[in-house]
Design a protein around this ligand. Structure first.
Ligand code: C2O
Ligand code: CU
Length: 574
């Protein structure tokens, strides 16, 4: 605690420092978007300068307004002096445009994703995703909101004047050292900020106001509510609008999650209201509760002195002022119709188990695994045929809750802790969900459609950035097996020996010595991919030996992927 003095009053921590005007990030609403990633400085505390990273500015980035079905062309120029990536969290997008850890933007280069916006009206966000550096880059300030608009949302009687009655609220906690510099991978994240403003306040009109809540924190879970327990209405989950507004007094959001809420301030002109986190109500096993693990003996370094844990605190002060010219004054009865995916249409079920590497009292500190392996950038953990509908059970075998995110898709939750009764605030399209601690589990259904890529994987991971950087991440590719008949695939073009084989290894060698093999896939006679392997950077060359002893006798095809071409050839295992 460097700066803020808290007084505990009726269990509510009130902070007595001066309030700062909430900064509303500028918007970019254009088919061509330029983002320049840069180092800068920002004054979080009066008169103190902190080194930061931002897009088109010193901290955070502009809010991008995207329109469903329209094309966007983005230039991301990296002036950070170090590599990074930019991921569009929540967007249904091809793997090459997704901005995951394989799509590195080297210093002084520009990355140019181009895509059609396919998602419904929603609140998404963008942030760096470099392997092992995500927390550092996000903590230093790189993140921004994305607002997607569509005609269905536009037809509803909802507040949508940005910064006036439709407010971006990017909530983060950070740790500052004695020199007011940001410390990443820290559990002393005792400074709360909204849109990079510490102790924020903003004017809001005395009418229905929409808050777009984005938990952009590295680790902290919030239990949102208003002072006086004022009711509010959840209208959107991660992936867009719900069927009907949900009346709430509390709303839990873990890192990576978003929710849009409406709060009716009619008749409240002159009053102030606090958006708070009622973290005193958290049960143990959540980052933000009194104990981050399920038992008090499970220690997270420096967690317990942090005054935010297990106490209620203010996040944003709302000063209610006069109504705008054409105010929204009522909460709609219904929003959109959602068509859930049917379990009966599922092609494949998978279980992913979240576990720490070390057990006991140190289990909260990492490293971490999914299905007992930490991320290996050269291993594809899951291969998914294009258009598969799949049910994934995310099961938590650790003492802390983990927010689980899958790239590319939105999912429905069909089971929560083994029950088909899903908490109402989790009903709707989701891309991140907090999987409860202990033996908690969340079962989701989704469809992998529209985008296939043999070589660039999508990621799934814990969105606690410490855990993500600590290995709680895996990779999947979506493969279009009908592309096997594609003319672009070159028959032969390489030696394969011995063939037929009863050896342990087979070797491939490209005729074109200037091409390099980056990955290979083995396909059986049913067209199923029995193995897919991305070749380790150090081993990339025009020749490669691969193990075949695990394959049963029969005919197979091998596909070799190079930077330019795909080659294929039949082979026989005796
Ligand atoms: Cu918001 Cu893979 O990340
Ligand atoms: Cu985690």
């Amino acid at each position: 605690m460097k700066h803020l003095i808290y007084i505990l009053l009726f269990g509510i921590a009130l902070n007595i420092n001066a309030q700062n005007q909430l900064v509303i990030p500028p918007t970019i609403d254009n088919a061509n978007i330029n983002l320049t990633l840069q180092n800068g400085t920002h004054s979080f505390f009066n008169g103190q300068s902190t080194a930061t990273m931002g897009a088109n500015g010193n901290i955070l980035g502009p809010t991008l307004i995207l329109h469903k079905n329209s094309n966007v062309n983005i230039n991301v120029t990296n002036n950070l002096g170090q590599p990074t990536t930019i991921h569009w969290h929540g967007l249904h997008i091809s793997a090459s445009n997704d901005g995951g850890p394989h799509t590195v933007i080297q210093p002084n280069t520009t990355w140019n994703p181009q895509f059609t916006v396919m998602n419904n009206a929603s609140t998404m966000w963008y942030h760096p995703h470099l392997d092992e550096f995500t927390d550092e880059h996000v903590s230093k300030g790189l993140a921004g909101m994305i607002i997607i608009k569509d005609t269905e949302e536009a037809a509803l009687n909802l507040p949508r004047t940005y910064g006036i009655d439709d407010i971006p609220v990017i909530i983060q906690t950070k740790d500052f050292d004695a020199n007011y510099q940001i410390v990443n991978h820290s559990n002393s994240d005792d400074t709360v900020m909204v849109n990079a403003t510490v102790n924020p306040q903003t004017d809001v009109p005395a009418q229905v106001v929409r808050l777009r809540l984005l938990n952009g924190s590295s680790q902290r879970v919030f239990n949102f509510g208003f002072s006086g327990n004022k009711t509010f209405y959840q209208i959107a989950t991660d992936g867009g609008l719900k069927e009907t507004p949900l009346v709430l007094t509390r709303l839990q959001l873990a890192p990576g999650e978003r929710s849009e809420i409406l709060v009716d301030l009619s008749g409240m002109q002159g009053q102030t209201l606090q958006l708070m986190s009622y973290a005193a109500e958290f049960s143990n096993g959540i980052y933000g509760a009194t104990n981050p693990g399920m038992g008090a003996f499970m220690q997270l370094t420096n967690y317990n002195p942090n005054p935010l844990n297990g106490s209620n605190f203010n996040i944003l002060q709302l000063n209610v002022v006069a109504q705008t010219a054409s105010p929204i004054t009522s909460i709609p009865n219904s929003l959109v119709t959602l068509t859930p995916l049917l379990e009966s249409n599922s092609d494949q079920s998978r279980t992913l188990t979240l576990r720490p590497v070390t057990g006991g009292s140190q289990q909260l500190n990492g490293d971490f695994t999914i299905n007992d392996v930490s991320l290996d950038m050269n291993t594809i953990n899951i291969t998914i045929p294009l258009n598969n509908t799949e049910i994934w059970t995310i099961s938590n075998n650790s003492a802390i809750s983990h927010p689980f995110h899958i790239h590319d898709i939105q999912y429905y939750i069909i089971e929560y802790n083994g029950s088909t009764t899903i908490p109402s605030y989790l009903q709707g399209w989701k891309d991140t969900v907090l999987v409860p601690s202990g033996q908690g589990s969340v079962k989701v259904i989704t469809k992998f459609e529209d985008f296939a890529d043999d070589t660039i994987p999508y990621m799934y991971h814990c969105h606690m950035l410490n855990h993500e950087d600590g290995g709680m991440m895996g990779q999947f590719v979506v493969i279009d097996s009908t592309a096997d008949t594609n003319d672009a695939i070159i028959q032969n073009g390489f030696y394969l020996f011995p063939n037929p084989s009863n050896n342990i290894y087979m070797t491939v060698s490209l005729h074109n010595k200037n091409e390099k093999i980056t990955a290979y896939a083995i396909i059986n006679t049913l067209g199923q991919i029995v193995n897919y392997h991305k070749i380790h950077e150090n081993e990339i060359s025009n020749i490669y030996s691969f193990p075949v002893f695990e394959y049963s006798a029969g005919t197979y095809h091998i596909k070799l992927f190079t930077e330019k071409n795909i080659y294929t050839k039949k082979f026989l295992i005796k």
